[in-house]
Design a binder for this molecule. Structure first.
Ligand code: FEO
Length: 172
């Protein structure tokens, strides 16, 4: 059985992951509107991955005898100054999510919940990748500095990103 403190924190994290999904879907719509269909694809897959993250926490809370409580999802931004600005906002958001996951791990340690620590380790590793991906794309976009052909090539590259279900769900 999971502690009430961790149950509340995981419920808050389910909401945060759903908000992340909504944010990236909004960025996908923005990129599509700007004509960057490859970037729109990248953000759409990011949207699906965030839904996976919410589902992993959802499944986990149930498996530990907790009660899932879904709350309202706050509105997200709909406009960015440029694709680069959207990726910069992505990096800032992922840094925030990393802090949330680290806080969950701190609670799990304080509660001596070793099972939760094991599940949270997957998210800690995942956040390294999330931040790295955002930084990589920010660096590429800064390097291009608005070069049209370069943006076209990068957009083509991002069009090739494919969705794969997060491993804790695939293993379930
Ligand atoms: Fe659910 Fe992008 O971290």
């Amino acid at each position: 059985m999971i502690s009430k403190r961790l149950e509340d924190a995981i419920n808050a994290q389910i909401n945060a992951e759903m908000w992340s999904a909504y944010l990236y879907l909004s960025m996908s719509a923005y990129c599509q509107d700007q004509g960057y269909s490859g970037m729109a694809n990248w953000f759409f897959i990011q949207f699906k991955e965030e839904q996976d993250h919410a589902q992993i926490f959802y499944n986990y809370l149930i498996s530990r005898g907790g009660r899932v409580l879904l709350k309202a999802i706050d509105a997200v931004d709909t406009e960015w100054a440029s694709p680069l600005a959207a990726f910069e906002a992505t990096y800032a958001h992922e840094q925030h999510v990393t802090a949330l996951i680290n806080n969950l791990m701190t609670i799990a340690i304080e509660e001596k919940d070793y099972a939760a620590q094991s599940r949270l380790q997957w998210f800690i590793d995942e956040q390294v990748e999330e931040e790295e991906n955002a930084v990589d794309l920010i660096n590429k976009l800064r390097m291009l500095d608005g070069n049209g052909y370069g943006l076209y090539v990068l957009d083509q590259e991002l069009a090739a990103r494919v969705y794969t279900q997060a491993s804790p769900l695939a293993q379930a």
